[in-house]
Ligand binder design. Structure first.
Ligand code: UT7
Length: 323
């Protein structure tokens, strides 16, 4: 049996930060409201000339460095993103060229919004398990600030930009133990950018492609999905909650994370939280949090970890892995 093991991690946050106090000057909001409802204090915002592929490149180079590999060692590039630089080619192809990976291996983007990274991990894991590739670079990267209406207080306080990456390598021991993906398209209207190439294109041309969300509806569904997918992951693998060293959840809202932990009877000491400093970075949030915890030596070799994501679609899923 072949498994995919994480052998390197990296992440990148744009230099510019946007604090709640600064947002108070932009929309009718307060630091107190934002922090008490979301747990967010600040988020990072990409510079005008900084693209999703730039963020992805920084995170990828750091992940490759930590794995002790050169770009040419990578056989597969998968980028989870909702905010690709351009309609096509994919960020993965742009990144493959930028990194100098010219070995003809596959490269593609995955679009599952905030669940994108767990979808990307699932795919890369399967490529490795099937023996199609030996090493994969899996990235979550977003410039979500570009699809935010900065006059809409209900959404603009929530999101941020960033990128996180992992290098996966074929190994005899796990590694990724199991992945669990779900979607329910009946809820597509609750969280969406309802403009694009083949719908409401004139709004896109006017620069009005913005995220819309029915927050409290999404909140309830998010907690249920996050709890259910952890239960599913534990039960399929015949594990107890006490077998989990770390939960690395999608960082949308500290109240969603805390409610999930409470329903699972998991102590917050076992949960990685970065939403206070990153905001919701969509597909980047899990690998950003994961890399931070690895670099701070909180996540260490031998640990058992569940990553879980939830996003527009709705899409959700988890990855159970051993370091
Ligand atoms: O990443 C994908 C998944 N995304 C999520 O999981 C996000 C899920 N949803 C949430 O995190 C929360 O629903 C929000 C943080 C978006 C909102 O929190 P809430 O406790 O559900 O608040 P609410 O939407 O019920 O709004 C409560 C009040 C409203 O005023 P009224 O109608 O009670 O007078 C809003 O107009 O808060 C008002 N409000 C604000 N006030 C100050 C909404 N946004 C703001 C704001 N500042 N930024």
């Amino acid at each position: 049996m072949t498994y995919a093991r994480i052998i390197g991690t990296g992440s990148y946050l744009p230099k510019k930060t946007l604090t709640n106090t600064e947002l108070e000057r932009m929309v009718d909001t307060t630091d107190e409201w934002i922090f008490s409802r979301t747990g967010i204090r600040e988020r990072h915002i990409a510079a005008d000339d900084e693209k999703t592929s730039d963020l992805a490149e920084h995170a990828s180079r750091r992940a490759l460095d930590s794995a002790g590999l050169q770009p040419a060692d990578i056989d597969l590039v998968v980028v989870a993103t909702t905010t690709a630089d351009q309609v096509f080619p994919s960020v993965a192809c742009l990144l493959q060229d930028r990194l100098g990976i010219h070995n003809g291996g596959p490269a593609f983007d995955v679009q599952a919004v905030c669940a994108g990274f767990v979808y990307a991990m699932d795919l890369a894991n399967k490529f490795i398990q099937c023996g199609v590739v030996g090493r994969a670079l899996v990235i979550g990267a977003e410039t979500f600030s570009r699809i935010i209406d900065w006059t809409d207080r209900e959404t603009c306080v929530l999101f941020g930009d960033g990128a996180g990456a992992v290098v996966l390598e074929a190994a005899e021991q796990p590694g990724v133990v199991s992945t669990h993906l779900h979607a329910d398209g009946r809820y597509h209207e609750l969280l969406a950018v309802p403009t694009g190439v083949s719908i409401n294109y004139k709004q896109v041309l006017k620069g009005e492609a913005y995220t819309q969300m029915q927050g409290s509806e999404v909140f309830k569904f998010a907690v249920k999905c996050m709890v259910d997918v952890v239960d599913e992951t534990l039960s399929i693998n015949r594990l107890n909650k006490s077998d989990i060293d770390w939960l690395v959840p999608h960082q949308a809202n500290s109240r969603i994370i805390a409610a999930t932990a409470r329903k699972l009877s998991l102590s917050m000491d076992k949960v990685i939280v970065t939403v206070d400093r990153h905001g919701n970075t969509s597909a980047a949030s899990i690998p950003l949090a994961f890399d931070e915890a690895v670099r701070e030596h909180r996540i260490v070799p031998g640990d058992t970890i569940i990553m879980e994501g939830f996003g527009g679609g709705f899409t959700w899923g988890s990855v159970l892995l051993r370091m």
